[in-house]
Write a protein that binds this ligand. Structure first.
Ligand SMILES: [Zn+2]
Length: 166
């Protein structure tokens, strides 16, 4: 078993606290990525979606997980279980200095997530305190205007990586 931490960063302009709409442990925030089989190394062609509120029984019948997927190449079955409680919002200064914010831990058995895709359902706050909801990052960036601060707000240069953690 391997615990994999998804970390994200972006360039934020006059925006801070980028995170899923209901916080880092948002039960309905979808994570899209491809799955690599740790047995044969095959990467799934289709993206898989997992979210905290969607669970399935474990193959051994003991408890639940968020994903059970069979490798199309070697037929080995793997599971991915989300581990909430480790996520932190991406703050403006972190993005400026190229630091990553931890988002979610995945307990992976037989599968490893690769190629995270940014999608919808993010929120952030302008430096003047205006809340921006339902930010869609699927196009790769986001720009709006903050009336209160009279400044443009922007998210760009999205980056994600997976790291093994304990
Ligand atoms: Zn395989």
């Amino acid at each position: 078993m391997v615990n994999v931490l998804l970390m994200v960063t972006a360039e934020l302009e006059n925006l801070t606290g980028l995170q899923p709409q209901e916080g880092c442990d948002d039960p309905n925030f979808p994570y899209y990525f491809k799955m690599k089989c740790t047995n044969c190394g095959e990467v799934s062609q289709k993206e898989t979606c997992v979210m905290l509120s969607e669970t399935v029984p474990l193959p051994n019948g003991r408890g639940t997980t968020n994903l059970v997927q069979k490798c199309k190449f070697c037929s080995r079955e793997g599971t991915v279980t989300m581990v909430p409680g480790r996520g932190r919002p991406l703050m403006l200064e972190m993005g400026q200095s190229g630091k990553y914010a931890p988002l979610m831990v995945f307990d992976c058995r037989g599968l490893e997530p690769v190629d995270f895709s940014f999608g919808q359902g993010w929120k952030a706050e302008s430096t003047s305190g205006t809340k921006f909801d339902d930010i869609d990052l699927s196009g790769g960036d986001y720009s709006e205007y903050c009336e209160k601060g009279e400044v443009p707000v922007m998210v760009s240069n999205l980056q994600a990586k997976f790291e093994s953690v304990k």
